[in-house]
Design a protein around this ligand. Structure first.
Ligand code: AMP
Ligand code: GLY
Length: 426
């Protein structure tokens, strides 16, 4: 079968690497892809917001299956449009993708189904939001309702920060995404990313990973899309995963079905593991980035039948096998990210870095220029490694990073610190 992947980040490179290894694939395409994905797939310069162009390409190349990476095409209804054209695609339809596209929608589902999450209220004007904030006190969390490319959440430690966030969002700082705002309780605990495949009715849990959202070591600085990840996660014991499944994910899948918009695809629950158990921070309607990079390294089974089973409502008796080894990925970003950064700087010595045992480098914002690899985005590389422990995987990833010559890039040096502290028995 010919498969098309939509997207061009580290998540899509990891998916392409895993999908390309499936014996079910004849030709793998990726739009738009990047310099690393070009090793696994034929990259095509399609605008993934142009659904008609994607459908035309699928027909021309006899694409049997489309795997959608990022959230924007999902919330824009790409899966529905492909289905109408008779093309099978992995991911939720437009109505089901509201679990990511509207925070208020998700919070209301939680309330109606007793799903543990932070207490909240929804607001459409600044004055009532500020009155609520004044009553609740700080710390408190302010979230734009819509998609805001990772910039829509402000964890305010003071009332002044909270009120500034309200003014920024209602002042149009995030465009339409901030026209409605959710204000919610600050949750304390350790975060984990939990993934399940859903076919609308059944859920097949994948494994958990832990992301590192803040840009600097010690979890300091502004939030980013994610600066590194690892798996397995000690707090996500089988018992904790069962609670997350029974108390959070399955009630959501049942609610979506009852509302007439069954959720198919990967459901990514961002969890806070509090002293009372798992609470939902947010849902994403897609694989995590950079979590997918470690998920794919740990997945032993062929991924393609699982993705197809999610579309075909065949997950009920499905099983996936995983490697016991740990995996860890470190994001290398252009200096200045998540603010302004330069593009077009050259990255050298990737070949030497990839020769280190257990290392796999997934590209995010890169492009090839003849034989040179140039940075072409904020998050640029995911230097990833397997190891018998998180500590070993981390040592291998940083040994590879130390071989890469890219003066205009940077990375955190402490990815996996929570696991390594535990492994050392501290
Ligand atoms: P989100 O974009 O919803 O994943 O939020 C970004 C980050 O903000 C999360 O990964 C958390 O670190 C933090 N965050 C979001 N909601 C809360 C909350 N209710 N309590 C504490 N931290 C939160
Ligand atoms: N790493 C978090 C995300 O993909 O949203």
């Amino acid at each position: 079968m010919n498969i098309l992947i939509l997207g061009g980040g580290g998540r899509e490179h990891a998916l392409a690497w895993k999908i390309a290894a499936s014996p079910l694939v004849e030709t793998l395409y990726c739009a738009p892809g990047n310099a690393g994905i070009a090793r696994e797939a034929t990259c095509v310069a399609l605008d993934i917001a142009d659904h008609a162009a994607i459908i035309a390409f699928c027909k021309e190349k006899n694409i049997g299956f489309v795997v959608v990476g990022p959230e924007a095409p999902l919330t824009a209804g790409i899966v529905d449009d492909l289905a109408k054209a008779g093309i099978k695609a992995f991911g939720p339809g437009k109505l089901a993708a509201r679990l990511e596209g509207s925070k208020g929608f998700t919070k209301d589902i939680c309330k109606a189904n007793n799903i543990p999450t932070a207490a909240y209220e929804r607001f459409t004007n600044a004055a009532t939001a500020k009155a609520y904030i004044a009553k609740q006190g700080a710390p408190i969390v302010i979230k734009a309702d819509g998609l805001a490319a990772g910039k829509g959440v402000v964890v305010a430690m003071t009332l002044a920060e909270a009120n500034d966030a309200i003014d920024m969002m209602f002042g149009g700082g995030l465009g339409d995404a901030g026209a409605e705002v959710v204000v919610e309780e600050f949750l304390e605990g350790e975060e984990a990313s939990f993934f399940v495949l859903s076919d609308g009715e059944n859920a097949l849990p994948l494994i958990s990973a832990q992301d590192h959202k803040r840009v600097f070591d010690g979890d300091k600085g502004p939030n980013t899309g994610g600066m590194g990840a690892y798996s397995p996660v000690a707090i996500m014991t089988p018992a904790m995963e069962k609670r997350a499944l029974d108390e959070i994910v399955l009630p959501t899948i049942r609610a979506m079905k009852a509302m007439g918009c069954p959720y198919k695809g990967v459901l990514f629950a961002g969890l806070m593991i509090t002293k009372d158990g798992p609470k939902l921070i947010e849902y994403n309607a897609r694989f995590g980035d950079p979590e997918t990079q470690v998920l794919m390294l740990r997945m032993q089974s062929d991924i393609v039948p699982a993705l197809i089973a999610s579309c075909d409502a065949q997950l009920k008796s499905f099983d996936l096998r995983w490697f016991k080894d740990a995996a860890l990925t470190v994001v290398m970003a252009a200096k200045g990210y998540p603010g302004n950064y330069e593009r077009g700087t050259e990255i050298k010595n990737l070949d030497a870095a990839e020769k280190i045992d257990g290392v796999e480098i997934f590209h995010a914002g890169t492009r090839a220029d003849g034989g040179r690899i140039l940075a072409n985005g904020g998050r640029v590389l995911n230097v990833s490694a397997q190891g018998s422990s998180v500590s070993e995987a981390q040592a291998r990833a940083y040994a590879a990073i130390d071989k890469i010559a890219w003066p205009e890039g940077f990375c955190r040096r402490d990815i996996g610190w929570q696991a390594i502290k535990r492994e050392k028995g501290a």
